[in-house]
Design a protein around this ligand. Structure first.
Ligand code: 5CA
Length: 414
């Protein structure tokens, strides 16, 4: 991609209404734009990152054998009446009335829809266990949408639902999903903690949240300094300084951003909605259910909270919008620089890399500042002086370290 053909919508000023760094940087880098309170458009640069997160989530879910589907965003009230949540959910549920005066809602989550779907599709124990998932836009009419896409009203979620004949089978899938979440957040390059959690409006008996550790996090967690034990303070019986309940280490507090949550729902929805399958003896059994969510759009913001400096975003390699930026110095005056920059651009692109060539007729300082703001992990600077020596500058966004690398071998470095 060349910047002159791209929508590089960066700006220098810190937006007045953005309180936390990820929100400020997502606006300044030209990733998102506000449409209404808690409702955002994703610009090309932001969407590249969102899609990369989505793809890592999809790859890891597919690896477990979970099946991707796409359910409707708009859901009929009848299903929510069956589960009892039409009354329970309160004003966070955006209710819609159609021209025939039928009531609907914009789905904040999909337990009702998936249960209604599966009670028609699944008849026999032979079809279970099964896990289905989707990556889809949700709407929650949050009382206080804030921090950009971190706590928005419209957001992208991966939600997965599993169905089982026994509690043991549910436990098995729950553990696989837990492990899968660890893989996903590790691949994203995040520092995170799995935390015992309250079940809230989703319900069920047992739950873990996955928290990206960050000062701006809305949740407080207690974690052991000597084991994996951690708990959301909302349900903790211990406090900071106490010995960890697992007998290992001492508890400390930290702040976290909840990027995912897994639940053992038991038969809450299957029972309320009259869903049964036949077991080996032909007896009707109410399936056990689990559900597993990841806030895909929130994860993008959480990643920035952990990966930035005074100059801007520092993307982890796995989800960077571009792998490398080429910054030619005075390309519009030097044919030699232009030629070398384009040659490199075509070579690296052919190599399968996402390359951004800054071909604007701008001062080099402006180009550097933009590439740093949008957080491209590697920068290649092509200039007359380097070319005299047959080299380019290869700069690491995170450390700022610069290497002079032979023009002929740069493609091997990446
Ligand atoms: N049905 C289950 C998961 S299958 C569910 O809805 N779980 S949830 O309520 O925990 O939401 C899943 C994830 O969506 C959360 O962990 C969080 O990362 C994200 N999320 C929830 N509310 C918002 C919001 N207002 N803005 C951005 N992300 C959100």
């Amino acid at each position: 991609m060349q910047t002159t053909k791209y929508l590089l919508a960066t700006y220098k000023e810190t937006p007045a209404d953005a309180e936390i760094i990820s929100h400020q940087l997502m606006l300044r880098a030209g990733m998102i734009r506000k449409n209404a309170a808690g409702i955002y458009a994703w610009l090309p640069l932001g969407l590249r990152v969102l899609k990369k997160v989505e793809n890592i989530v999809r790859e890891e879910l597919n690896r477990t054998g979970a099946l991707e589907i796409l359910m409707p965003a708009i859901q009929p009230s009848e299903l929510w009446q069956e589960s009892g949540r039409w009354e329970q959910y309160g004003p966070e549920l955006l209710r819609i009335i159609d021209r025939h005066k039928n009531e609907f809602c914009f789905g904040p989550t999909h337990e009702e829809v998936i249960t209604a779907l599966m009670r028609n599709e699944l008849q026999s124990y032979k079809q279970l266990p099964i896990t289905l998932y989707q990556i889809q836009t949700k709407f929650r009419d949050e009382i206080r949408p804030r921090f950009g896409v971190m706590r928005s009203r419209e957001f992208l979620m991966k939600d997965a639902y599993s169905f089982h004949m026994t509690k043991a089978s549910l436990q098995e899938t729950y553990e696989i999903m837990y492990k899968t979440y660890q893989n996903i957040f590790s691949r994203l390059g995040l520092k995170f903690r799995a935390v015992e959690a309250p079940t809230g409006t989703i319900g069920g008996s047992f739950s873990h949240e996955f928290h990206v550790l960050a000062e701006s996090g809305e949740d407080e967690i207690l974690y052991s300094d000597a084991s994996d034990y951690a708990v959301n303070v909302e349900i903790a019986t211990a406090k900071a300084g106490d010995p960890s309940p697992d007998g290992k280490g001492t508890l400390h507090t930290a702040r976290g951003i909840e990027v995912g949550q897994v639940f053992q729902l038991g038969d809450k929805y299957s029972k309320a909605m009259g869903f049964t399958v036949l077991d080996e003896n032909g007896k009707a059994v109410v399936p056990q259910m689990g559900c597993y969510g990841i806030g895909v759009s929130r994860t993008v913001a959480a990643t920035i909270e952990q990966n930035h400096d005074a100059k801007g975003i520092i993307w982890p390699k796995a989800i960077a919008p571009f792998d490398v930026a080429i910054v030619p110095i005075n390309m519009h005056k030097s044919e030699r620089v232009r030629e070398a920059a384009y040659k490199l651009y075509h070579e690296l692109t052919a190599q399968g890399l996402d390359v951004l060539l800054d071909d604007r007729n701008e001062r080099v300082g402006v180009m550097f500042a933009d590439m740093e703001l949008i957080g491209i992990p590697k920068q290649i600077v092509v200039g007359e002086r380097g070319l005299d020596a047959g080299t380019v500058e290869y700069k690491d966004r995170k450390t700022g370290a610069v290497e002079h690398i032979g023009l002929d071998s740069i493609s091997l470095t990446l």
